[in-house]
Write a protein that binds this ligand. Sequence first.
Ligand code: HEM
Length: 404
Amino acid sequence: MTEETLNGTMPPVRSWPTPELTGVDFDPVLAELMHKGPVTRIELPDGSGWAWLVTGYDDVRAVANDPRFSREAVVDHRVTGLPAHFVPRPGAVDFLDPPDHTRLRRSVAPAFTARGVDRVREKSRMLLDELVDELLQDGPPADLSAALLGPFPIAVISELMGVPAADRQNMHTWTQLVLSSSPGARTGEKAEEEMRACFADLVGLRQGSTGEDVTSLLGAAVGQGEVTLDEAVGLAVLLQMGGEAVTANSGQLFFILLTRPELAARLRADPEIRPQAVDELLRYIPHHNPVGLSRIATEDVEIQGVRIRAGEAVYVSYLAANRDPGIFLDPEAIDFARYPNSHVAFGFGPHCCPGGMLARLEAALLVDALLDRMPKLRLAVPPDQVPFKQGMLIRGPEALPVTW
Ligand code: HEM
C-alpha cells in the first residue's frame, strides 16, 4: 500500500493484539487509538499488512454510508477480522454492494420492521415466561446465560425465521462452531455446510409461500426469481447466526445491571424509561472484539486531511463512535436520560444490522421479565469471578451465575 497523506505525515501503524477483556471493560488499545486521532492505522490481525481505522462518530457514519468504500472488494483482498477462519463468502449479504446488496436485503425486509418484529412479540413473551417459570421452579442458584440468555434468542430468531423446533438445537450448535475461533477452520466450515443444507431444505419447501417468516419470504423471492436459492440460503445462515448475538449482548447488559444495582433500581422504579435505557445500554456495551468487517476504497478519498487511496482497507469502529465525546456528553457514563441518543450500536448505512428492532424487543422483554418477576435477582459470585468468553468475535459472559 502506498504511504501518503495530504499533509505528508502518516500515522504510525499500531498493533492490536486480540485482547483478553473481561466484564464490560473498554478495549484500552481502542481507547488509545481514539485518542491518537479520528483516522489512524492498525496492523491486520492475520499479519498481511495494515489498514485504516476510523473512530470519530461523523467519520464512521460517513465511511459506512459512502459507496466509494466497498464490501464486495474485500472478497479479493484477504482482509480478515476475527476469527481468522471466518472468511468472506462471495455473494453473502455482508460482502455485497448495492444493487445486489439492496435486492437481497429487500427480500427479507418485511420480517425485520417494527411490524414484522411485532408478529413474534406475544409468542416471544410467552416463551420467555415459560423459561422464567422453569428457572423459578428449579430455584437458585442458576446460570442466567444457560437458562435464559442462550435459549431465548435462539427461540425468538427461530420463530422469526420459521425454523421448526426439531432443528433449533442443531442451528445453535452450528452457529457456535462457525463463530468460535477455537475448534479450527475445518470444523467451522463443516458446521456452515450443514446449516446451509438445512436452510436449503426449508427455503426450497417454501417456494411460492405467502408466509411472513423469513424462510417463507426467501422461498417466495426464490420462486419469483428475485434471489437465487444459493443467495437465499446464505442470507438465512447469516440471519440465524446473527440472532444469537443477543445472547452475548444481553449477557453484558445484565452484567451491568447486576453489578450496578442503582441502575436496576431505577429501571424497577420507573418502567417508563426502560426503552430509552435499553438504547443507552446498547450504546455503552462493547459488543465485539477489535473491529468488524473492513471496506476497501474504490477511489482516493479524503477523510480529516488523510488521503485514503484506492485499494486500501478501512475499518470503522462503531464502539469508538459510540464514545465520541463530541457527540455524547460524558460518554463513559450510563445515562438513562440521555437524549438524543443516536448511537451506532447496530451500525450505519446499507450494511446496518437488520436485527436492530428484534434485538431491542428481546432486550426489552428480558428486562421486564427479570426485573419484575425476580425482584431480588443478584450475582451469585463476586463480579471478577464471572467468566467471560475469550477468542470470540462477540463479547459476553461465558456464564452468569445468579441467585434471588
Ligand atoms: C450486521 C450489531 C443483533 C443480523 C451488524 C453490524 C453491527 C451489528 C454493528 C454491522 C454493520 C456494518 O457492517 O456496518 C448487532 C448488535 C446486535 C445484533 C449489537 C444485538 C444487540 C442481530 C440480530 C440479527 C443480526 C438479532 C438477526 C436477525 C445481522 C446481519 C448483519 C448484521 C445479517 C449483516 C448485514 C449486512 O451486511 O447487510 N449487526 N447486531 N444482528 N447483523 Fe447484527
